[in-house]
Design a protein. Structure first.
Lengths: 499, 250
């Protein structure tokens, strides 16, 4: 889903905040709030963008607000009334210096800019009292996993609060998206923002550029992209299910999910040359799926589905699995809504927001992927949610690949001569917000051009940015030993937060 | 119980018996540079490359930088560049990662007798992601799955640096992570070695020009093994280690 806006209309920061407040009071979802420092040809200050979405209406059009703030301006924080704004206001403060007054939690998001290398200075909350103790874990963890620091504040076995410090993976991707190459040639960098969601990011990037350059793509291109995206979703849900079983030492299904994932990612590799879907999508292009490949993917998925259902049934019918996951790491529907959680985590808590279902302008509107929600919001719900989403994606893939009316060939191959050489003129004075529902939730890219059509700002937002706080809240009143399964059932991205 | 037996039956036998002979279908891996002349003054491949891996006159591709994206191939008017699925890209020497028409293969890894003696039957790895995108991390995890089954050679990933012989670095080494990485290295007992996995760890990859990196650690400690890729394919990693330690040498 892309949404293109002219950037000439500008509110003041206070007007923007007032409209945000009105929207939030009317149950709009705050999809993003971000800023950038003004460019040399603009009045010095900060340009703030807010993106609001009214859930539940088909063919969603996001409400995009733009506001101007003086350098270092102070404003009354939205967070005290709407916790969902907490991470956005923190990021806005870290990136632009705007000060949210009354923010209860104003701490660095990822230690970027001048704060780099100061990871030891994080202002942790303190829990005091007799027999209160703290446990620090990370940034380096026991398994092969990205770095992050977790600090548990406990009384006996009970965790009163978990504080999560991130930023170790900060590689400056937003700046790199503006550097050196022509925008049409930056897709390999975009694919490295979150390597397990390469297809989702590449699609969001390419859709934004196509929208800004007024380029349309064929149905076959959209279909191929959607197939790549669902293969990616399937593969990552399998990785999470594997991890969940490993974390409760149930090794048979863990090994089985590992084997099943291999089959899926190797099929992606046969389609695009890479197990992670890199190279599947480029601006204006997506891998054609010829008859042989189509048959190959179908054979793989048809062999996969019964084995997947069988192992799911094994896991779900085990009473010890049920006992371990049920009632642990609960995020209530209300809490998920208040915290603005998104994607698979939110759906496991009963919030039915899926950008795929909301897309009026592309493929998933014609061929919807049925999706479900759970109501309990515990580790069990998140596991079941992943099983159901993966199964729905598999069935959807099989349906598309067997649909004789669906052309999957009529799409330019990203690696065919001539496809990559076209230079696009981007619409000047434009802001394009682009979403793709990746495995974790909505991946958002917002690109902005100046008066000449040159890209001047790239905002990247992974669903993990908002969801990390959900994990912290989920662990309250649980035990430290519940952390691995809580963490794995959320399966958030560190690099997606740290950028 | 019956379900469990049935799942076991479906699982079958999955391990790849001869890892050195495995050829992953469709994998865009080693670049091949044809013996055709470049158009004079043409720099299309250089401008298409996201990680500055290519030099021309003559064309050479540095696999320490290359992310195997394949974007250079279609822009070349002389059709000079193509990719094969050869996963044998690992090397012990940084310079060996540069391929040209005259030097199309990565130099075969020589067995290190010293390493073989110490670690040939048991090598414990500690993975440190220092700015990785979770691509290499997932592939390192995959080393232990039923297909690649690294454990069969006594090679395992361990939880503590105190138990580790080798530090496996993925990611370009960010300024925010370098301190933790150095603490981890210092906590490992001698003798110890570094394995650099993926274009990011080897050269910075697509992030090489970012002002958020601090790669000085690799000036102090030279990796014993470079494992190219983006992400590095498990087979590239595992065959590299097998060659270095002389495991199952035929």
């Amino acid at each position: 889903m892309t949404s293109l806006h002219n950037t000439s209309h500008m509110l003041s920061l206070s007007e923007l905040l007032a409209q945000c407040q009105q929207g939030l009071e009317a149950n709009f979802v705050l999809m993003s709030l971000f800023g950038r420092t003004a460019h040399p040809d603009e009045k010095a200050g900060v340009i703030v963008t807010a993106v609001l979405l009214q859930p539940g209406t088909p063919g969603l059009t996001p409400r995009v607000l733009r506001g101007y703030a003086e350098p270092g301006q102070r404003y009354p924080s939205l967070t005290s009334q709407f916790p969902a704004a907490q991470i956005y206001e923190r990021e806005l403060w870290e990136q632009t210096g705007l000060q949210p007054e009354g923010h209860p939690w104003l701490k660095p998001v990822r230690y970027e800019g001048a704060r780099q290398g100061q990871m030891g200075d994080y202002p942790f909350y303190k829990v005091r009292g007799a027999e209160v103790h703290e446990v620090g874990v990370g940034p380096i963890h026991a398994g092969v996993i990205e770095p992050g620091h977790f600090r548990f504040m406990c009384h006996g076995e009970q965790v009163h609060h978990l504080e999560i410090q991130l930023g170790y993976q900060h590689r400056g991707v937003e700046a790199l998206l503006l550097a050196r190459h022509a925008p049409e040639r930056r897709t390999p960098i975009v694919e490295s923002i979150v390597g397990d969601s390469a297809v989702a990011y590449a699609w969001a990037w390419c859709a934004a550029l196509e929208s800004m350059a007024d380029q349309s793509v064929s149905v076959a291109t959209l279909a191929s992209r959607a197939i790549g995206l669902e293969m990616e979703r399937l593969a990552m849900h399998l990785a999470t299910l594997n991890g969940l079983c490993t974390d409760i030492a149930y090794l048979q299904p863990a090994a089985t999910y590992g084997r099943l994932r291999t089959a899926v990612i190797n099929a992606s590799q046969r389609a695009c040359g890479n197990r992670f879907g890199r190279g599947w999508i480029r601006p204006g292009a997506a891998k054609p799926i010829g008859d042989a490949l189509r048959q190959d993917l179908l054979t793989t998925l048809r062999a996969f589905l019964p084995d997947f259902q069988e192992v799911n049934s094994l896991v779900c019918s085990s009473r010890s699995v049920r006992a371990r996951f049920q009632g642990v790491g609960v995020v209530s529907s209300q809490a998920a809504r208040d915290l603005g959680l998104s994607g698979v985590v939110a759906r496991a808590s009963g919030i039915a927001l899926d950008v795929r279902a909301a897309q009026s302008d592309n493929f998933f509107a014609t061929y919807p992927v049925p999706h479900q929600t759970q109501s309990n919001g515990d580790c069990w719900a998140r596991m079941c949610q992943r099983m159901q989403e993966a199964e729905a994606s598999t069935q959807w893939l099989i349906d598309r690949l067997t649909d004789p009316t669906l052309n999957l060939i009529n799409t330019p191959d990203p690696h065919a001569p001539g496809v990559a050489s076209a230079a696009w003129a981007l619409q000047p004075h434009a802001l394009c917000v682009s979403w793709v529902e990746g495995v974790r939730g909505p991946v958002m890219l917002a690109l902005e051009t100046d008066t000449t059509g040159k890209l001047i700002h790239a905002k990247v937002q992974d669903p993990s940015l908002v969801n990390w706080f959900g994990l912290a809240m989920a662990l309250r009143n649980n035990e430290i030993s519940d952390f691995p399964i809580c963490n794995k059932s959320f399966d958030l991205s560190y690099c997606g937060n740290d950028l | 119980m019956l379900k469990s037996i049935s799942v076991r039956k479906s699982q079958g036998t999955q391990y790849i018996a001869d890892l050195r002979a495995a050829q992953p279908a469709g994998f865009r891996s080693k670049p091949l540079i044809a013996d055709t002349d470049c158009k004079i003054g043409c720099q299309e491949c250089i401008s298409a490359c996201p990680s500055s891996a290519i030099l021309v006159a003559p064309v050479q591709i540095d696999l320490g930088r290359c992310v195997l994206c394949g974007d250079c191939a279609p822009v070349c008017p002389s059709n000079k560049i193509s990719f094969s699925n050869d996963v044998r890209l690992a090397a012990t020497n940084r310079q060996a990662l540069i391929v040209t028409n005259a030097h199309p293969n990565i130099d075969p890894i020589k067995v290190s007798n010293e390493l073989r003696k110490r670690f040939g039957r048991s090598l414990k790895l500690r993975s440190v992601s220092a700015g990785g995108c979770n691509g290499c991390e997932l592939e390192i995890n995959a080393l232990g799955n039923v297909n690649f089954d690294l454990g069969r050679y006594g090679i395992d990933i361990v939880a503590s640096p105190r138990h580790a012989d080798a530090m496996v670095i993925s990611g370009p080494i960010t300024r925010n992570m370098v301190e933790a990485l150095e603490i981890c290295w210092d906590a490992m007992p001698e003798p110890k070695l570094v394995i650099a996995v993926g274009a990011c760890a080897i050269s910075g990859g697509v992030f090489a020009n970012s002002n958020t990196l601090d790669r000085r650690f690799l000036e102090k400690v030279q990796p014993s093994l470079y494992v190219p890729g983006c992400p590095a394919h498990p087979l590239t990693f595992i065959t590299g280690i097998m060659d270095l330690l002389g495991i199952d040498t035929r």
